[in-house]
Write a protein that binds this ligand. Structure first.
Ligand code: SF4
Length: 381
């Protein structure tokens, strides 16, 4: 295994079995868990956006943000794309880089055991890291790590110290203050830590110590059930996970059972996928389950995102000879969300209050604004 990263260290400390599965095993055709795939997409977009700003010298460029997330990458499920698209929009609409000339993004660094920089995939790499954003503002070094998950974890001190150490090895410099920030973009929440020069001295020895323990590891055992179990790729072969799920298995034969299970969904993510299967099975047979002001499943699975709605409508209207439909008939079944209407007006160049006024004018004249609360399983907290 070449090069330990802060997240590898974290995982090793949290659960040996999951660490072994992720870093040591060659499992061909292994699926990337959805949250990881979503995180990757967000990071690619955020990096593309920041690189564009650095190139053009602008602190923000909302139109570019819209364009970056406008194309669905191949192989990404629609729901995941839409989720990350919304997350990214929330981020770039607020983000302003304070000193774009002194900003670096997506720094991919690898060092050997002596602290010398080496190629990323060098067998000599002992410490590896990818740093999302580094800013140098008025004597301060600010390191930001984007988090796209739903779970807010305690701040990762190892990551903060490792990144700072890596930046010093690579760039050197003197700073009045070093700040490590974790930005939970989904929740619009940040947590931060001050790092001192003293803090980073022990980084090479710390990584060497962990590497030594890993090399001498006699067996790879699961930890007790923890936050790491959510979407764990190794869950299928983990006895802890199996026991946990069996303990909480619940047959749904009444609405009370459904409510009890719904409460579990809200209180823990561990049984999420199982709860989802059971609730779906129940709601398929009995219709939706209402819990509080929320409605559970069945979750609509099949959505179509039209490449070109205009040509789709023309296709319907042209029909086969004698079967063409009127525009009124076709559009009756179409539903556009308020944000969909906003996008259309935005494409015509409208912004701010003018845009808002136009949207409401249209809704008042032709529609009705409905706010629907629908629980989606993948949004369970
Ligand atoms: S399910 Fe939990 S305990 Fe089991 S391997 Fe995964 S993280 Fe470890």
């Amino acid at each position: 295994m070449a090069g330990l990263s802060p997240s590898g260290v974290n995982l090793y400390q949290a659960c040996n079995l999951k660490f072994d599965y992720r870093y040591n095993q060659e499992t061909s055709g292994r699926m990337t868990p959805e949250p990881m795939a979503g995180g990757r997409l967000f990071h690619i977009w955020a990096d593309t956006y920041a690189k564009h700003l650095i190139k053009t010298g602008q602190p923000f460029d909302r139109d570019e943000g819209l364009a970056i997330a406008g194309t669905m990458p191949e192989g990404v499920p629609l729901e995941l794309y839409e989720d990350i698209q919304e997350l990214f929009a929330r981020w770039y609409k607020k983000k302003t880089f304070r000193s774009i000339d002194h900003t670096r993004t997506e720094m991919k660094l690898a060092f050997d055991a002596e602290g010398q920089e080496v190629q990323w995939d060098s067998p000599a790499a002992a410490i590896r890291m990818i740093i999302d954003v580094v800013e140098m503002i008025g004597g301060e070094l600010i390191i930001t790590d984007y988090k796209t998950g739903r779970q807010i974890k305690p701040i990762n001190k190892v990551a903060g110290k490792t990144y700072t150490w890596g930046i010093f090895q690579k760039l050197g410099g003197e700073f009045t203050r070093i700040r490590y920030i974790e930005d939970y973009v989904r929740w619009n929440k940040t947590q931060e830590l001050d790092i001192s020069a003293e803090d980073i001295k022990s980084i090479p020895a710390f990584y060497a110590g962990i590497a030594k323990r890993i090399a001498a590891q006699p067996e790879w055992l699961p930890a007790g059930a923890s936050g790491e179990c959510v979407y764990c790729e190794a869950a299928y072969k983990c006895p802890t996970y199996k026991a946990e799920v069996e303990d909480n298995d619940l047959a749904i034969t009444s609405d009370q059972d459904a409510v009890a299970l719904a409460q579990k969904v809200f209180t823990t993510e561990l049984r999420n996928s199982k709860a989802k299967d059971m609730l779906e099975a129940h709601s398929d047979a009995k219709g939706a389950i209402v819990f509080g002001d929320k409605e559970f499943g069945p979750v609509p699975e099949e959505k179509v995102k039209w490449d070109n709605l205009h040509s789709t409508l023309i296709h319907f209207m042209a029909g086969h000879p004698g079967e063409g439909l009127s525009l009124e008939t076709i559009t009756k079944g179409l539903s556009l969300s308020k944000s969909g209407v906003e996008k259309i007006f935005k494409a015509t160049g409208l912004r701010g209050d003018d845009l808002k006024a136009k949207v409401y004018e249209l809704i008042d004249a032709h529609g009705q604004l409905k706010v629907v609360t629908k629980f989606k399983f993948h949004n369970a907290k």
